[in-house]
Design a protein around this ligand. Sequence first.
Ligand code: UDX
Ligand code: UDX
Length: 461
Amino acid sequence: MKIKNICCIGAGYVGGPTMSIIAHKNPNIKVNVVDMNADKISAWNSKDLDNLPVYEPGLSKVVKEARGRNLFFSNDINKYIDQADMIFISVNTPTKTSGEGMGYAADLKYIEACAKQIAEVSKTDKIIVEKSTVPVRTSEKIRQILKLNNSHVDFQILSNPEFLAEGTAMRDLEIPDRVLIGGDKTPDGQKAIESLVKIYTSWVPRKNILTTNLWSSELSKLTANAFLAQRISSINSLSELCEETGADIEEVSKAIGMDSRIGSSFLKSSVGFGGSCFQKDILNLVYIARTLGLEKVADYWEQILIINEHQRNRFSSKIIDFIKKENLEPEVLMLGWAFKKNTNDSRESASIYVTNNLINNSIKVDIYDPKVKEYQVNFDLSSLNPDYDASLVNYIDNPFINISSYNTVVITTEWDEFKDFDWKTVYNNIKKPAYIFDGRNILKSEIIKKIGFNYLGLGRN
Ligand code: UDX
Ligand code: UDX
């Protein structure tokens, strides 16, 4: 089937950038991105390209070029489902908060609702593409819902997980390591796969497009994320060992990563990984393993999350203990709220947990982030703890405005501007003794110590 019209349900961090690139690279295909959130759609349609709902370097340029030509954003979900030959499902799949699998399993209610809506609206054959990260065998569930609610139309189901990382989404989409497409082994399934392959070959070399069966594709996405997270917890566990032994985690990480069999990526020690995917996907993997009776497998992967939480708490305790022990002002300047640099996304950011720990110890936290807005900070804290003491949290637009009242700076996101600060001037104005808790190991400890700061990184002495 030659695809002329695509609909994507979900205009979030995955749907928005992915569809922008597909439209940009395929000017002859009409791409309609729909979402039930009206505010989000008007923001995607806004003239102010600096305030799109998703901040990603390079995104606004692509949106500017394709929007109104063959890329459209709308709330009229039914209309664009009806028109489409191919429908991507990019809605969120959060961890369940109630019912069977609570706290572990992915909640598929939005995916299931989309499948029902597609079935009810469709009058012509369609290819349905799972973009959202889902538990293995979700496509079977989608197939059942489609069949049950519409027996006149042929639906082919594909799995096409997205591997983009936030902050580098546009680059990852432009030059993906691989595009993964899973589908049925039947002739119709293979034809559907080829329709999607054709869209990607507009810019991705064919050799980088991997086709598999549906289940392999679904499971590969979950486990790729689990592998990445596992490397971070491994290096973070070693950071504690470094502090006890006098080794330096940055040196250890470099030495390990230079082994070409291991590789140097994802070996940066940090206050803990965040983001919408790693925790959710590992919980899901643990749940699947437990459901299948594979207790040892489940325990193995769960340990990654235990170390991640331990690292956040360990970092918070260092700050709290120093403030108490050294009798410092119980007020810190927190630099960073996003879960990593170059994004406005703060889902599961370590900064949320660290702040919660600090305010539970009556420490005031003034927060600065170049891209995350104040309402999001309040939303994140109240989602973690509805009774949090808001009087202890302050969102600031300029990190230096109140600098003379702090003894302590806490770095939670690795934004370049923090690395590039004139730390000498900061030191001259900050209250003494001055402490920096570098939860990202972004500063050169020797230089910072020379200026006069007491420097505490992770796994560094
Ligand atoms: C999400 C998941 O986090 C990820 O695991 C999955 O791979 C893809 O979906 P993301 O794009 O980051 O990724 O989520 P989010 O930014 O929350 O976007 C989802 C969008 O779907 C939201 O804008 C929401 O309004 C929309 N949505 C959700 C619908 O339009 N309809 C629904 O029924 C549910
Ligand atoms: C991740 C996967 O990388 C991507 O392939 C998938 O599609 C979605 O999930 P994302 O969560 O956007 O992407 O960002 P990523 O770069 O993987 O970082 C996740 C977290 O790990 C961040 O909090 C980051 O700061 C942290 N991290 C990453 C480290 O602490 N150390 C590292 O070495 C790398």
